[in-house]
Design a protein around this ligand. Structure first.
Ligand code: HEC
Length: 458
């Protein structure tokens, strides 16, 4: 409403965010856990004077930098681009609230990159003690950047008392902060070991060294799986009311939740029986399977974490359709098209006949030719519904869900979406605008698919 809308065909913008952010988190967690792995293990290799292990760690550091700094940085910026376009109002709220949080994040990010490069490119040229210190500077700053970004992202799911006082620390140390830091730290340990297994099974041929690598990384992975579970339970306990309700009510989310727990349990048992008890077992194929399961668990977890945030995108602060809850009464009174900077400009430019003393005249909207009413209904759809639904085909397509609905049913849903399904934000427009949207929806709704028996209601 405050910004131009961003149309992503088929996928819809929130699903695009889900794709980009999953591509990012499967590497960003490795950026944290892998840093800790390198710091701890180079220390161990220096201490035990294990030249072979040290040589392997150098090779791993190269792989690590390539994956985290190059791919991780590109996908990280990708998230910014996507959320800024898809959810501009929510992004604006986060920036206003956490500008210093992000300032700190960038400081640690620069520290990370500098220390990662020094750690790798000065390998063998620094004395062991300094080299280890650089490794630890990387590991600690990477973990701090995880903590900082978690405070900000967890805020969206449950901002706690922030809406009452707008205090930076109240927002940052929100009820979801500790559970999510625990889960993400655990996820970092777990994922880092899976990356190590993937890399080492392909790169290391010597059995003794391979067994050492597998055994050393098994413990943090097991500890990581436990932390993920503990953090996950905390996440559930501190979910806001609507998110808990969404989790229980949506069948897709039920299935995904079971899947996450099942896959995490399988990974745990495989880790225990494989690398922990019998290091020799691990082959490249086993490592690929492991890695795939780990990535599946983490991706599903991220997806569910995002999916339950309805009808808000920032709970109690910004609704899923980029409207502030306190704006709703005014929009219902004076109109959604009138309230939006871009929608009003569009109406004034294309339909000057509905303007009256600089404002949109609601009654004149319904005097427009039918085709133009449908066009304006489509604009309302893009703003009011497209943040969660595609129109005729693609993700959660409204046309498909409304197959065979009568005009009365459609109008009832438009006027009170939150009554039909609590996932949806309330209608934020006038009754006339509700009619425009209804006409548009009616124009895209296919007939009843079992028309032979039910009759075509179109
Ligand atoms: C914040 C996200 C969100 C917004 C915005 C939203 N919806 Fe929904 N809507 C949902 C969810 C979630 C469901 C549950 C079905 C699903 O899983 O896709 C749903 C369900 C529906 C259904 C199926 C209802 C049923 O019981 O069969 C229709 C039709 C629908 N929405 C239309 C709309 C229209 C029209 C708008 C715009 C006025 C809209 N939605 C806005 C999230 C949203």
């Amino acid at each position: 409403m405050h910004y131009p809308w961003w149309y992503v065909p088929f996928l819809t913008s929130p699903l695009l965010i889900a794709v980009v952010s999953v591509l990012h988190v499967i590497v960003s967690h490795y950026a944290v856990g892998g840093g800790l792995f390198l710091a701890v293990e180079t220390r161990y290799a220096y201490r035990t004077r294990n030249r072979d292990y040290l040589a392997y760690l150098k090779e791993h550091a190269w792989f690590f930098i390539l994956v985290t700094v190059v791919y991780g940085a590109i996908t990280g910026v990708g998230i910014w681009w996507t959320i800024g376009l898809a959810s501009p109002l929510a992004t604006e709220t986060l920036i206003h609230t956490f500008v210093f949080g992000w300032g700190m994040e960038y400081v640690f990010f620069v520290l990370e990159i500098a220390s990662a490069f020094i750690f790798y490119y000065y390998w063998g040229r620094l004395d062991p003690r300094t080299h280890q210190t650089i490794g630890w500077i990387y590991a600690i700053s990477a973990w701090i950047s995880l903590v900082l970004i978690t405070g900000i992202t967890a805020f969206m799911l449950n901002p706690g008392a922030w809406p009452q006082n707008h205090d930076f620390w109240v927002g940052f140390l929100n009820p979801q902060f500790v559970p999510q830091v625990l889960a993400r730290t655990g996820g970092s340990f777990l994922l880092a070991s899976l990356y190590v297994y993937l890399h080492a099974t392909f790169k290391v041929k010597e059995p003794a060294l391979r067994n050492l690598i597998e055994a050393r990384s098994a413990r943090p992975a097991l500890a990581g799986a436990i932390l993920v579970t503990v953090g996950g339970l905390g996440w559930y306990v501190f979910l806001p009311e609507s998110a808990k309700a969404a989790l229980v009510a949506a069948s897709a989310l039920n299935v995904l939740m079971v899947l996450i727990f099942a896959v995490t349990a399988v990974v745990f048992v495989m880790l225990y029986l494989g690398p922990y008890r019998n290091p020799g077992w691990l082959s490249p194929g086993f490592a690929i399977l492991f890695f795939t399961l780990g990535v599946a668990a983490i991706s599903t977890g991220e997806f569910v974490r995002e999916a339950v945030r309805k009808p808000y995108i920032v709970y109690n602060v910004v609704m899923g359709n980029q409207v502030l809850p306190q704006e709703v009464p005014n929009l219902r009174q004076n109109g959604y098209l009138e309230g939006g900077t871009w929608t009003k400009a569009l109406v004034a430019a294309q339909y000057p006949q509905v303007m009256n003393a600089g404002a949109i005249d609601q009654a004149r909207l319904l005097a427009l030719p039918e085709a133009d009413q449908i066009k304006l209904g489509a604009v309302l759809f893009q703003y009011h519904c497209n943040d969660c639904h595609s129109a005729t085909e693609g993700f959660s397509a409204v046309g498909q869900m409304m197959r065979g609905w009568t005009p009365e049913m459609i109008q009832a849903l438009v006027e009170q979406p939150e009554k039909v399904n609590f996932f949806m934000p309330p209608w934020a427009g006038t009754p006339q605008e509700a009619q425009l949207l209804t006409k548009y929806l009616l124009s895209i709704r296919p007939p009843h698919p079992a028309g032979m028996y039910y009759g075509d209601q179109k």
